[in-house]
Design a protein around this ligand. Structure first.
Ligand code: ZN
Length: 50
């Protein structure tokens, strides 16, 4: 059985949690992605959070 972890990405500007996705359990690096934030109205850096 594959273990999965739900990762939440939060906007670094408004702190809203905009994105969730599942990935394997290996934690090799912290996710940081440029994603569109509805609250900010533009692309912002989203960071992994718990
Ligand atoms: Zn935002």
């Amino acid at each position: 059985m594959a273990e999965r972890v739900i990762v939440t990405l939060a906007c670094s500007e408004c702190k809203r949690r905009n994105y969730h996705f599942a990935r394997g359990k290996k934690k090799e690096f912290k996710l940081e992605l440029k994603k569109f934030c509805r609250a900010c109205g533009h692309q912002t850096l989203h960071r992994e959070t718990k």
